[in-house]
Unconditional design. Structure first.
Length: 324
């Protein structure tokens, strides 16, 4: 009797280890309905709902746990990019490359540029796709600056031109099949339209899971060596993306409790660290000046940049100088 129970337990354990439940496929959407709709589109059309439906069709019965989050912001993006559970992540929003004021940006639904958040990715992730017009500029700049140098197993996807949403999603999923599908050569291999795939029994329209990926040991997120900084958000109703030069420090979350960050030693310039705190656009509605952050760092002085009136410099972007 006990022998059969042990065998049953082993089978259940083996199934759970290979089922794909632990590792997540994450889809983050941050895009609003267009102001004008084509005449043939339903008045009840919701763009983020259509995104969810498209991804669910691709991953239906795949064995992977699909997590879809609409109206995602910088906090949500950072949480999933740095989570060891995230196997693949697709981000869907407006973006732009090229030159000009709105160049090299990835915008969330609230008009905030979240491009810097993509600079830190957990080493467990095998695929990252940014589905937005000309989003390849963001991927290229991140790679050139060396932010993913420790993400040896990461495959990235982006678009180098303006493209329709449906086609962008399909191309991203096809690109990810190389690392998350057990037989990628039979997944959407035709160049014809999507409906023609169903006529070919040897061509699949659903992703199949790779059990070996589920067994990956969880690895802590990539962190550069640096100085530890404790920051309290004195504007707890608003989050902020923090950088030092080209280095992403982290997202200051909407809470007044202490938050720990690491500023890389390699970001030191002219014997000082220039911390840039870029609050979300919503803080522009704040009728009162932005409060100075509470920053604690060992053996360094913190100088908040202020104007002649003693208020923090910048409408929503503040600067702090950390130096001996």
């Amino acid at each position: 009797m006990y022998r059969y129970l042990i065998i049953l337990f082993c089978l259940v354990f083996q199934f759970s280890a290979f089922s794909g439940v632990e590792r997540e496929i994450v889809v983050l959407s941050s895009i609003n309905n267009p102001e004008s709709q084509p005449f043939w589109r339903s008045k009840n059309y919701e763009i983020e709902e259509s995104i969810r439906v498209r991804f669910e069709k691709f991953f239906n019965n795949s064995g992977y746990k699909l997590r879809f989050i609409p109206q995602a912001n910088a906090e949500i993006l950072e949480d999933h990019l740095t989570s060891p559970k995230t196997l693949a992540l697709y981000w869907v929003s407006h973006s732009a490359g090229g030159e000009g004021i709105l160049s090299n940006v990835v915008l969330d639904a609230f008009g905030n540029n979240v491009q810097d958040v993509f600079k830190r990715v957990n080493p467990n992730m095998v695929f990252l796709g940014i589905i937005g017009c000309e989003s390849s500029a963001t991927i290229e700049s991140i790679k050139e600056e060396g932010h993913w140098r420790n993400n040896k197993g990461l495959t990235s996807f982006a678009l180098d031109k303006k493209i329709g949403l449906t086609r962008g999603i399909r191309e991203a999923v096809i690109a990810s099949a190389a690392v998350i599908d057990s037989h990628p050569h039979t997944f959407l291999t035709s160049n014809s339209k999507l409906h023609s795939y169903r006529a070919n029994s040897h061509i699949r329209t659903n992703i199949q899971s790779i059990p070996e990926l589920v067994k990956l040991n969880y690895v802590n997120e990539n962190r550069s060596e640096g100085i530890k900084v404790i920051i309290k958000n004195t504007n707890p109703n608003y989050s902020a993306i923090m950088t030092v030069g080209n280095y992403f420090i982290g997202v200051l979350k909407r809470t007044n409790g202490p938050q720990e960050f690491i500023i890389p030693f390699e970001s030191l310039r002219h014997n000082r660290y220039k911390l840039q705190v870029n609050f979300e656009n919503a803080i522009l509605n704040l009728k009162e000046p932005i409060n100075e952050l509470s920053i604690e760092v060992f053996n360094l002085q913190v100088d908040a940049r202020k104007n002649r009136s003693g208020e923090m410099f910048g409408d929503k972007t503040n600067f702090y100088i950390l130096q001996p």
